[in-house]
Design a protein around this ligand. Structure first.
Ligand code: PLP
Length: 401
């Protein structure tokens, strides 16, 4: 019989760096765990790359999907649907934004943000279209969002890229200010850079960006596709800084695993989009929106986000302890809430990931030397202990050489 691995490697375009014999065929999930096709259980500290915020197959999400699937799976955006309207209201009532636009992914949410920033930049008799983003950023894989992504490794082979993007240093306000000119429309930033290796924006940098945008008439766009939805211990990462964006993008965790991406904007900015300016066939799909309402209900339960902050502090303390235990192997510890990373001093991240997997714990290697952790926010203290025990054992082995 052909295995899932064999079928996938034969028929699917080879864009994911999957290694034969190493990859899991994930069969089911529940809470903080997934099971492979052989029935082996793994603690999931990757969390669907920040998608499974309330864990796998949360009963509230399963119920919301089942109810909606039996009622209406899709209709055109020519018509209204209640789940779209309900979700928009929750998002607006719990953010700095006044209106939402629905897409299906993070890249689409950012694409909408880029288009809106350009439309707004040209709506007042000016020719503002340029967007400044940060080095090490990641904003998606469409041509515009891959150009917004300032890591050149994602650009190779796709040139010519989209015009009108410039890159400045993350946490380096002066370098942003130096790039602003009369054609600049916006600054786009992740409050916590995820794919770049988990780097947290500083408070004075974020406040400085807001002041710079206000002074120069620019829009401030926060890409919270990875760090939003409670991951930092606040519903939105920006809340921690006391700084609000003009446009916010959200995706990953919102649909409880179903594809959805949302661009949120302030009223005066959103008004730059007129009927016909932007659209998505599946955007605002009622099943995804119903699931998203259920996810937000859980995140907004009293004490939930406080719990994430407490777990985040414990996790960070433990990572720092590991860094002290293995100083020749573990360098910097970075993160906020339940998005965190360990910088290894040797290019062994893939090997550590592999050994952790063999021991029943999924962690994520970024590049050669960064280990990233994006556990479900519902992870329990006992589950964190289990993950740390395995990680410590693997680091110990690796440190011993
Ligand atoms: N923005 C950020 C900050 C991300 O981390 C990602 C994906 O990792 C994206 C955008 C792109 O999202 P998607 O893969 O859903 O298009």
């Amino acid at each position: 019989m052909l295995t899932t691995e064999k079928l996938e490697s034969q028929y699917i375009v080879n864009t994911y760096n999957r290694r034969p014999g190493v990859n899991l065929a994930v069969d089911r999930g529940e809470g903080s765990f997934v099971w492979d096709e052989q029935g082996r259980r793994y603690l999931d500290l990757v969390g669907g790359l920040a998608v499974n915020v309330i864990g796998h197959c949360h009963p509230a999400v399963v119920r919301a999907v089942q109810d909606q699937v039996a009622r209406l799976i899709h209709t055109s955006n020519l018509y209204y649907t209640a789940p779209q309207a309900r979700l928009a209201r929750i998002l607006v009532e719990h953010s700095a934004a006044d209106r939402v636009f629905y897409g299906n992914s993070g890249a689409e949410a950012n694409e909408a943000a880029i288009k809106l920033a350009r439309k707004y930049g040209r709506s007042r008799g000016e020719n503002r279209y340029k967007i400044i983003t940060a080095h090490r950023s990641f904003h998606g894989r469409t041509l515009a969002t891959v150009t917004a992504t300032a890591q050149t490794k994602y650009h190779h082979g796709f040139e010519p890229l989209v015009e009108g993007f410039a890159y400045a240093g993350f946490n380096d306000l002066d370098s942003f200010a130096a790039l602003v000119d009369r054609e600049t429309a916006a600054i786009m930033i992740e409050p916590v850079q995820g794919e770049g290796g988990v780097y947290v924006a500083g408070e004075s940098f974020m406040r400085g960006l807001r002041a710079l945008c206000d002074r120069e008439g620019l829009l401030l766009i926060f890409d919270e596709v990875q760090c939003g939805l409670g991951r930092t211990g606040w519903l939105w990462g920006y809340e921690r800084y006391g700084v609000e964006p003009d446009i916010l993008t959200v995706a990953k965790g919102l649909g409880g695993g179903l594809p959805i991406g949302v661009m949120l904007a302030r009223e005066n900015v959103a008004a730059a989009f007129k009927p016909g300016d932007h659209a998505s066939t599946f955007g605002g799909n009622p099943v995804a929106c119903n699931a998203a309402c259920a996810v937000l209900q859980v995140l907004l339960e009293a004490g939930f986000l406080e719990g994430v902050r407490t777990k985040g502090l414990y996790w960070e303390e433990e990572l720092r302890r590991l860094a002290r235990c293995f100083p020749d192997l573990v360098g910097e510890v970075r993160g906020l809430g339940l998005i965190s990373a360990l910088e290894l001093r040797r290019p062994v991240a893939a090997a550590v990931q592999q050994r952790c997997q063999e021991a029943g714990v999924l962690v994520n290697a970024i590049g050669e030397s960064v280990l990233r952790f994006l556990p479900p926010l519902v992870i329990t203290a006992a589950e964190m202990e289990l993950g740390l025990k395995v990680l410590e054992g693997v680091l110990e082995e690796e440190a011993a050489g």
